[in-house]
Design a protein around this ligand. Structure first.
Ligand code: NAD
Length: 470
């Protein structure tokens, strides 16, 4: 794809937007309804395409972690967007009365969406729901790691939207680079922190505002008050969904040394209950590409060479597993900070455990590392829970659960610092993709004329009076 092609699409979207810069609720509603329908109608095709791109992606996971989230997001947007679109009254300070203030939400124009491969449908469509609900047009660049999915997405969205409404740019990194250099009115990027830096740099040349949905190492703190019967399956599930290739997967656990062995054994047992076999199991997702498979194996080798103990779930044939690019849950104990597994985002089914004796130790560990996308705390002691919530900074939190905060449409989803900036979902997405325009309505009885020049003693008196009211 050439620069001109993408630039021409953007130009066409811009012209169409300028002709109708504030689409009605009826138009937005129609867009959201037809988007939901076409995605639903193509559920099987999406399951198949994504699975082919992964080698194997559980169809059920595609339904749970992509289709269901989109369905809920669209339903929520259909219920609330008309209210979010309304002009809001805002307070007016005493000295400006009887004037009034209002906030008018206004579509921004053209939203760019760059999405990753791990949940390729959900992470392209959820930003689109926000963009369309806010009355915008959009251009989407899906990942080159999911080529079958990307072609399908282009054809499915092409059935219901013209290029001037929603355009999907398919291609490799060079297309992504061109794409990120376009002068969007807002660019939402989901992907790695490193590429996020490059994308933010490209957007800054156009002063395009960005929302960066990035990754990082999300800690899970296991308090001694935790209900282990609940914690173990929830953590195992959060870690093994999509074979750990989830931005908010628990990256590592923090817990007292004397609890680690029992906990690690229980996690392995739980994984074997969830997946009686890993090889050939349609429920268990493959690693996306050979390069990612080798990277994960490299993390294990490095950890083992530096003294870690590995526990591996199942006893599947390692050759078959390698051919299928599948890795079972591998719990890593005796970890030390020099291990690569403790330094980079894992993004796979490997779960290191770090010994941490007290809440203070765990908090110190979290504070001394980069601000994560998610933080998980398991326990029943409410005072400790509140201490963690108040004193740790992460994009979001689930308490006694992993990942579920992401699917709550009534709270913002996003990172902080190296794990991202800005947020979306529900009303937060609507506002991200809107210009919340502040408007001041002056009254004919305004006292502003008392401050007109020439400045005299009378002006000083008025200023003195104003200070009393300000
Ligand atoms: P990635 O950063 O490699 O790629 C993401 C997108 O960026 C792709 O569409 C790719 O084509 C594009 N891209 C690559 N190079 C580019 C460049 N030079 N300029 C512009 N665009 C470019 O990420 P990935 O491997 O697809 O996804 C995994 C990462 O994404 C992990 O770090 C994960 O934590 C993160 N992630 C975050 C969220 C979230 O919501 N915060 C969700 C899923 C994944």
């Amino acid at each position: 794809m050439s620069d001109q092609k993408l630039a021409a699409i953007m130009e066409a979207q811009r012209t169409a937007f300028n002709a109708n810069p504030n689409s009605s609720w009826a138009e937005r509603k129609t867009n959201l309804i037809k988007l939901g329908k076409v995605i639903n109608d193509n559920e099987l095709a999406f399951q198949q395409a994504i699975s082919e791109d992964f080698g194997n992606r559980s169809f059920v996971e595609t339904t749970i972690a992509e289709m269901a989230i989109i369905h809920a997001g669209i339903k929520h947007a259909l219920k609330h967007t008309q209210k979010w679109m309304r002009t809001r009254k805002a307070p007016t300070a005493m000295q400006f009365k009887p004037a009034t203030n209002k906030i008018i939400p206004q579509p921004l124009g053209i939203i760019g969406i760059i999405s990753p491969w791990n949940y390729p449908l959900q992470l392209a469509i959820m930003p689109l729901v926000g963009a369309l609900g806010a009355g915008n047009r959009a251009m989407i660049k899906p990942s080159e790691y999911t080529p079958k999915f990307s072609v399908l997405l282009k054809s499915v969205l092409g059935e219901i939207f013209s290029d001037e409404e929603v355009y999907v740019a398919v291609g490799g990194v060079e297309v992504a680079q061109e794409f990120s250099s376009l002068a969007f009115d807002h660019l939402l990027f989901t992907g790695s922190t490193n590429v996020g830096r490059i994308v933010a740099g490209a957007a800054s040349k156009n002063l395009t505002p960005v929302t960066l949905e990035l990754g990082g190492k999300s800690p899970t703190i296991i308090d001694e008050s935790a209900n282990m019967k609940l914690a173990i399956p929830r953590i195992t599930n959060g870690k093994l969904l999509n074979a750990g290739q989830t931005c908010v997967a628990p990256d590592y656990l923090l817990m007292p040394q004397n609890k680690i062995d029992g906990f690690a054994d229980a996690l392995i047992k739980q994984a074997e209950t969830f997946y009686p076999t890993f090889a050939g199991n349609p429920d268990y997702t493959s690693i996306i590409a050979d390069s990612h498979y080798s990277r994960l194996q490299g993390l294990l080798e490095d950890a083992e060479n530096k003294g870690a103990k590995l526990r591996t779930a199942g006893d599947d044939d390692t050759q078959v597993m390698a051919q299928e690019r599948r890795i079972p849950l591998t719990v890593v104990t005796n970890t030390t900070p020099d291990m690569k597994i403790m330094q980079e985002e894992i993004f796979g089914p490997l779960l290191p455990i770090v010994a941490s004796e007290t809440l203070e130790d765990s908090m110190k560990y979290v504070q001394e590392h980069e601000r994560p996308l998610a933080l998980y705390w398991f326990g029943e002691d409410k005072a400790k829970r509140d201490h963690v919530l108040k004193n740790s900074i992460s994009g979001g939190v689930s308490i006694n659960e992993t990942a579920w905060h992401v699917v709550q449409e009534d709270i913002p989803f996003g990172g902080v610092g190296p794990s991202g900036m800005g947020g979306y979902h529900g009303q937060y997405g609507f506002e991200t993709f809107s210009h919340m325009k502040g408007v001041f309505f002056q009254s004919k009885f305004s006292g502003g004329k008392m401050l007109f020049p020439p400045y005299t003693e009378k002006t000083q008196k008025v200023l003195g009076l104003m200070k009393k009211f300000m």
